[in-house]
Design a protein around this ligand. Sequence first.
Ligand SMILES: C[S@@+](CC[C@H](N)C(=O)[O-])C[C@H]1O[C@@H](n2cnc3c(N)ncnc32)[C@H](O)[C@@H]1O
Length: 233
Amino acid sequence: MAHAVFLILAVIATWTLWRGFVRPAMPPARSAFDTRHDVDTDGEIFVGQLGMPADIAAQAERYMPTEEGLLEVAVAFAGIEPTRFSFVDLGCGKGRPLILAAQLRFRRLIGVEIVPALADIARANLARLGVAAEVHTGDAARFVFPPEPVVLFLFNPFKAATIGAVIEALRAARSPELVVIYHAPEHGKLLDASGFLTRLGSPRGWGGRRGVAVWRGTGKLASGVARDTGPPC
Ligand SMILES: C[S@@+](CC[C@H](N)C(=O)[O-])C[C@H]1O[C@@H](n2cnc3c(N)ncnc32)[C@H](O)[C@@H]1O
């Protein structure tokens, strides 16, 4: 009996030491993506560690890179030709989706990231690979969409209020075609309720809260369709 108790205590002590001291001290394994491209996109950085202003932090989600393969599957599902579209990643982090979008041959690449250090890493990654992308340091809620066909990529970057601001910016966009690819679509219902975006669904095997969902919308310039009654500007 005493032996059994000693054994259980020894197992608990070893497990606690491993979880508490040994494993945290070990360098995390580098992803296949970063190894192959020799870039730095790995890591999970919680909001409290990102050094954002309090009002932004209250709306933000942590940094984590998108999983490889997801963007390609979502673009195929949307049935679009990337060379006709500008790719916009709001909350672009270290720029992994911009690298993937370059490989898919999008015509223009734009990233917006609120954390200056992450935006700098994205720029360094893209420069290292010779990818021409515009990376802006700033709040995605203030982004003005360019008047061209746009694929907006979101990997659960922020909470409902900022998603709402982005939807209003999309509503005001003078883009002839809009596609939204939303990874981990926590606030997908807000897009459904927008009145101008139609959910196409999810690629087979990529549904659910951790998967990806795709919407299509018509911008103001398409087929003479105007969504508001205000004067043209
Ligand atoms: C889950 S990460 C996704 C990073 C990248 N899009 C990817 O898929 O690899 C979300 C990112 O959104 C950024 N973010 C959060 N709130 C933001 C805001 N208001 N404006 C711009 N970026 C924001 C975070 O700093 C973080 O880097």
